[in-house]
Design a protein around this ligand. Structure first.
Ligand code: DP6
Length: 362
């Protein structure tokens, strides 16, 4: 599919008002997206586990105006309170999607959103938030253009979400989503996420992710600024090539369930992501001393017990611990005995691989 396929071409129906609610999950990348071209096109492909418990719930109430207006008309409420500070990000998103959603300026929108995870947990809500909002907008589109197929609905939701925040395009479906064109992955696209199309080993179907909240504050450098710094980074091309190769290597690993190879690849991806942050100009460090403490303890625990647990990192200090479900009890004991001391206020979030966004009926 091409970008122009996402511009409606049939005759719109006269839809007046309605409400749509979606619950969309967060995701955790195994091969990381870091660096982008114009129009939110990724510099390299990425793949993520869709999560289950960390999600955003968004409702949008639509009412048709008497006529199209020059500006977008919307109100934004976060956890029941009007939030003016979130509006610029939404306006930027609406501007980016306007040519694909020409109906937007004909409607007033009341957007109400809440997260299942604490707002100041250091967990980015842009992936789940932009995914949920895009799905609600697609519900509006489906009312205006009832002929659109389910496949088009989901692809376009991912396409729109990408324009809000790149990683958000991987938060529409589950359990493993690829975004970005990769020559060995059929159907992969720079424009939207697709379900990983090949066989995956049973062990990955119930994988767990515990997020250790090392630093709940706002990041000093946003992802958007970080991506941009890849333009002058001397290691950028090598990094993009590495991500491509790692995605190739991951295909047989996901099939065979070779956990040693999985661990090596996932941890190397996390550290390579942070390495290019260290080598950007201006340089920055998002890990904290407790991030390193936790990584070292995970390594020591793995060596001692043989339990195949590994870590990964997002663009922040929090540590995601990934492990097969059968190790749950031992991992929880390990966290309580050794890791909570390094978490801010002793907090961590238990999550697992999930099936994607869900529409909530009214
Ligand atoms: C480190 O999707 O937050 O989590 O497109 O600028 O909104 P924008 O960036 P964003 O970047 C996520 C980067 C990452 C890696 C990943 O999820 O692949």
């Amino acid at each position: 599919m091409r970008e122009k396929d996402f511009i409606p071409s049939t005759k719109p129906e006269d839809f007046k008002s309605g409400k749509s609610t979606w619950r969309a999950p967060s995701n955790i990348a195994l091969v990381k997206y870091w660096g982008k071209k114009e129009n939110q096109i990724p510099a390299n492909p990425s793949i993520s586990f869709t999560l289950n418990n960390c999600h955003t719930l968004t409702s949008v109430t639509f009412s048709k105006k008497d006529a199209k207006t020059e500006n977008f008309s919307f109100e934004f409420y976060f956890e029941g309170k009007k939030k003016e500070s979130f509006k610029p990000k939404i306006i930027q998103f609406f501007r980016r999607i306007e040519q694909y959603c020409p109906y937007l300026k004909y409607f007033s929108l009341k957007i109400e959103s809440e997260n299942s995870f604490p707002h100041s947990s250091g967990i980015a809500s842009s992936a789940s938030g932009m995914s949920a909002l895009s799905l609600c907008i697609m519900d509006l589109e489906k009312n205006i253009y009832p002929g659109i197929s389910e496949d088009y609905f989901l692809k376009k939701a991912s396409f729109l979400a990408r324009l809000g925040s790149g990683s958000a395009c991987r938060s529409i479906e589950g359990n493993l989503v690829v975004w970005g064109n990769h020559q060995e992955i059929e159907g992969s696209s720079d424009l939207f996420g697709i379900n990983f199309p090949y066989k995956t080993h049973e062990v990955f179907k119930s994988y767990r992710d515990i997020i250790l909240l090392v630093d709940k504050g706002a990041k000093q450098v946003s992802s958007t600024v970080g991506h941009d710094l890849m333009h002058g980074n001397p290691y950028a091309e090598a990094r993009f090539e590495q991500a491509n190769k790692n995605l190739s290597k991951l295909i047989p690993i996901l099939k065979s369930g070779d956990l040693s190879a999985f661990i090596e690849l996932v941890e190397s991806e996390a550290l390579s992501l942070h390495a290019v942050m260290l080598s950007s100009l201006p340089y920055f460090i998002l890990m904290k001393p407790n991030t390193l403490e936790i990584i070292n303890r995970i390594w020591a625990f793995r060596k001692l017990t043989g339990i195949p647990v590994c870590f990964t990192l997002d663009a922040g200090a929090n540590v995601h611990m990934l492990y097969p479900e059968e190790n749950e009890i031992k991992i929880l004991d390990f966290i309580k005995d050794q890791l909570v001391a390094y978490c801010e206020k002793g907090q961590y979030i238990c999550d697992k691989i999930g099936g994607g966004a869900k529409r909530i009926d009214h």
